[in-house]
Design a protein around this ligand. Structure first.
Ligand code: PXG
Length: 465
């Protein structure tokens, strides 16, 4: 049996990976031919791969390493907790200190009356909890027919059966008979692609009012909740027009629909406030959290719910829970992560320093011939690639072809910048310095130039008719 270690040759690691490891959202045959990039270490905002390349991580892992890599405090807390109490469950009328501390801390940092926490291992299963909880809530209130959840096309709420059903990703629905019944999707507030001749303001209102139309179509007595990310992340960092969220809030209030804000990406400082719903001015009844909750150092997620929901749910046994709900090591690490965010004023750093600096530079990318709009809130940004800015044209090539070319150049330039169809996205660690932002922008420019050159050389600057 081969000894596998960090010092093994890259080709050998790639071959064993291809032979035994099934990757998420990946066509295995294609990857096996190409070989996966092997990441071996990370520090601050920098990754190192098995070839010794230093790569600037413009995606904070997977939108999660908010405090940056290499935080010894988090490693030490985990080691200590593993020695003291590596595991105990929170079923059967039992609790432990880390989960008590973390629940209390979350009640403090989450605004309003969202004071009660149901733990999960990540964002997908927290959204499963939400689906069951909102249905059970209305049932306990004597309205069992209120069991429909409305979501949005191109939303991402996870990969479990409930998470993927709540999400609005067509390629996910096409596999495994999704969505499950009683989940409906309205259109997303993506003005660049779908706004037509409308102003962003009018388009934002029109897209919000689709929620009202859907409620009226289904009947108010059928709808339990609306779920949405304050700013869509995996859908391409779609920043809604300012008119959108106030109208959504009005509709949820008017028709007594619970509002679930999925804060898995937007939470813990990403948008320049602790939570994305503060940035867009919404008042959710439930939020979903994961990722930045532990900066990705441990798998943990949660639903944080209002006093009212907790009191209704508390009147009955809620037949739901995961072995790792409130895992003590994950809870200790999350608690320490929140301490770091608070003590180092990282949310303020995003709001006052890194966010405004990145915004100015990122918006500067619109001077590039390939870039249509640039959107950015806090430390999550996107640019739309286009063959013709004025008409917001799409490329003649299949959606995503150009984005993929751009992503490949970006990875080659040692910048992790992702694509969603033909939108390029970033979501760097929140601790990024202005000097590191300069490097990110320099590499993004170089990447755009290389992409543009290739598109011109291959006659791909054609607009779709
Ligand atoms: N909600 C939102 C808003 C998310 O972004 C989840 C729920 C699910 O969380 P877990 O922890 O179960 O993965 C997510 C996850 C991408 C990508 O390609 C994004 C996510 C996950 C994987 C890939 O951008 N977001």
């Amino acid at each position: 049996m081969t000894v596998i270690s960090t010092n093994s040759p890259t080709a050998e690691l790639q071959a064993i990976d291809a032979a035994h490891h099934m990757h998420p959202f990946t066509q295995a045959d294609g990857l096996a031919k190409k070989g996966a990039r092997v990441i071996t270490r990370a520090e601050g905002v920098w990754l190192t791969d098995s070839e010794g390349e230093r790569i600037l991580d413009g995606m904070a892992g997977l939108w999660c390493v908010n405090v940056g890599y290499g935080r010894k405090e988090l490693a030490e807390v985990a080691a200590r907790q593993m020695q003291e109490l590596p595991f105990y469950n929170t079923f059967f009328q039992t609790t432990h200190v880390p989960v008590i501390q973390l629940a209390a801390k979350l009640a403090e940092v989450v605004p309003g009356d969202l004071n009660h926490v149901f733990f999960a291992s990540g964002g997908s299963d927290a959204n499963d909890t939400n689906l069951r909880m909102v249905r059970h809530y209305w049932s306990l209130k004597g309205k069992p027919s209120k069991n429909v959840v409305i979501s949005r096309k191109n939303a991402y709420h996870g990969s479990t059966v409930a998470g993927a059903s709540l999400g609005g990703m067509v390629p996910m629905h096409q596999q495994g008979s999704l969505p499950i019944p009683d989940i409906h999707h309205i259109n997303q507030p993506n003005w660049w692609l779908e706004g037509g001749e409308m102003t962003p303001h009018d388009f934002g209102l029109a897209r919000a009012r689709e929620l009202e139309e859907k409620i009226l179509e289904l009947g108010e007595d059928r709808v339990a909740a609306f779920i949405a990310e304050p700013i869509q992340g995996a859908g391409g960092v779609i920043v809604p027009p300012d008119s959108y969220w106030p109208e959504i809030q009005r509709i949820c209030d008017q028709y007594e629909i619970l509002l679930i804000c999925d804060e898995v990406i937007c939470g813990f400082g990403r948008t320049g406030n602790w939570f994305g719903h503060e940035t867009v001015g919404a008042k959710p009844d439930i939020i979903t959290i994961a990722k930045g909750l532990s900066s990705g150092y441990q798998p943990i997620g949660a639903s944080v719910v209002s006093d009212e929901i907790a009191s209704v749910i508390g009147s009955d046994e809620f037949n739901h829970g995961y072995t790792y709900s409130g895992h003590p090591v994950a809870a200790s690490v999350a608690l320490e992560n929140i301490r770091i965010l608070q003590d180092e004023k990282i949310v303020e750093h995003v709001r006052d320093v890194a966010g405004p600096y990145l915004k100015e530079k990122w918006e500067g990318l619109t001077a590039h011939p390939l870039v249509g709009e640039a959107k950015i809130v806090g430390m999550m940004g996107s640019i739309a690639l286009t063959p013709h800015k004025e008409s917001r044209a799409r490329f003649a090539a299949d959606p995503g072809t150009v984005g993929y070319i751009c992503r490949e150049f970006s990875f080659g330039n040692n910048l992790i910048m992702r694509h969603v169809y033909d939108r390029m996205i970033i979501s760097p660690p929140l601790v990024m310095t202005t000097g590191e932002i300069d490097i990110l922008i320099e590499r993004a420019w170089k990447t755009l130039d290389m992409t543009h050159d290739k598109l011109k050389a291959e006659g791909m600057m054609q607009a779709a008719s």
